[in-house]
Design a protein around this ligand. Structure first.
Ligand code: NAD
Length: 299
């Protein structure tokens, strides 16, 4: 089976630039998404279009899924006209979506029955790093299957780390999402305090970004808070999804996640307020509601 032929399913904020990087690296791509305009955009860069996931994977050695959450991946892989209807034994499915580790294990079992290998390989880095091909990729599954596709993964990312058996990639990603969410909440709280106490948030950012408090999250998200830029990036609704998956996983292994629970409720308030599609840095608006202080200075 030709491992240079890839089916790419899910062409959203992340899937579009990731698929374009594979085309640029010389892979042959057949693409599918529920949204026809997204398919057209990637086809204009050299991919072939498919009318379903089953059609996309025909003749491909590799299938990649980049979809919102566990139910979407289950539908696209195990559902009607899904990946497993069109896949040949020996194909490798790389699910790069961020989903629940238990869902990865369930999908992997269905793949095994069809003779298909599966890795869970979620990513961190967001749209800018998806465009640059510098994502951080965390992988679960059989190590020898990972070795087979490592070069392909490194066309989309600058680091690929093998984390353990199937589901380990998504467990790692949940840890990542907790750190990112709590870091955004800490920045929101700190910059609201600075603004309320009369110090320009831009000055605070310049002063502290190079010290211990500085972080990739601070550099990516605080300028958005200061500019009142809510264009996603990473949507609040997707972060609620990740924190829900983290809580479920935590409860499953008997670990309380008190800070995660608190930030999730902060995101829930914004979701209820109609901001589910805003970038997760709009968490600063939660503090605006509490304090009446706007970090951007805009009403
Ligand atoms: P998105 O909402 O922009 O894109 C998802 C795409 O999947 C959409 O184009 C949608 O039409 C398509 N889709 C949904 N169900 C489908 C189905 N059954 N068949 C075919 N296509 C289907 O989401 P995104 O921001 O690209 O995120 C994708 C995944 O990557 C999520 O799990 C997210 O948590 C993760 N992620 C996102 C970011 C980010 O910054 N956006 C960063 C790291 C990881």
């Amino acid at each position: 089976m030709d491992k240079k032929k890839i089916a790419f399913i899910g062409l959203g904020i992340m899937g579009k630039p990731m698929s374009k990087n594979l085309l640029n690296a010389g892979y042959e791509l057949t693409v599918y998404d529920l949204n026809a305009a997204s398919i057209e955009e990637v086809v204009s860069c050299g991919a072939k279009a498919a009318g379903s996931a089953a059609e996309a994977v025909k003749g491909c050695g590799i299938a990649i899924t980049m979809l919102p959450n566990s139910p979407h991946v289950k539908t696209a892989v195990m559902g009607e006209n899904g990946v497993l209807e069109g896949a040949c034994p020996g194909m490798i499915l790389i699910d790069m979506s961020s989903i629940a580790p238990l869902a990865s294990q369930e999908i992997c079992k269905a793949c095994e029955k069809a003779g298909v290998e599966m890795l869970d390989a979620p990513v961190s880095g967001g749209e800018p790093k998806a465009i640059d091909g510098t994502l951080s990729i965390m992988i679960g599954g059989k190590k020898e299957v990972y070795e087979e596709v490592k070069d392909l993964l490194l066309c989309m990312g600058s680091s690929a780390v093998y984390c353990g058996s199937i589901g380990a990639g998504n467990t790692t990603k949940l840890a990542n999402q907790i750190v990112v969410a709590l870091n955004i909440a800490a920045c929101s709280e700190a910059f609201t305090l600075a603004k309320a106490a009369g110090v320009d948030p831009q000055m605070v950012y310049e002063a502290i970004r190079g010290g211990l408090a500085g972080s990739t999250v601070m550099d990516a998200k605080v300028p958005m808070m200061i500019a009142d830029n809510e264009k996603p990036g990473f949507k609040i609704d997707l972060h609620i999804k990740d924190l829900n998956n983290a809580m479920d996983t935590g409860h499953g292994v008997g670990v309380p996640l008190p800070l995660t629970a608190q930030v999730m409720e902060m995101f829930q308030l914004l979701h209820a307020d109609g901001k589910g599609q805003a970038d997760h840095s709009a968490l600063v608006k939660y503090y605006e509601k509490l304090s009446g202080v706007s970090v951007s200075g805009k009403e």
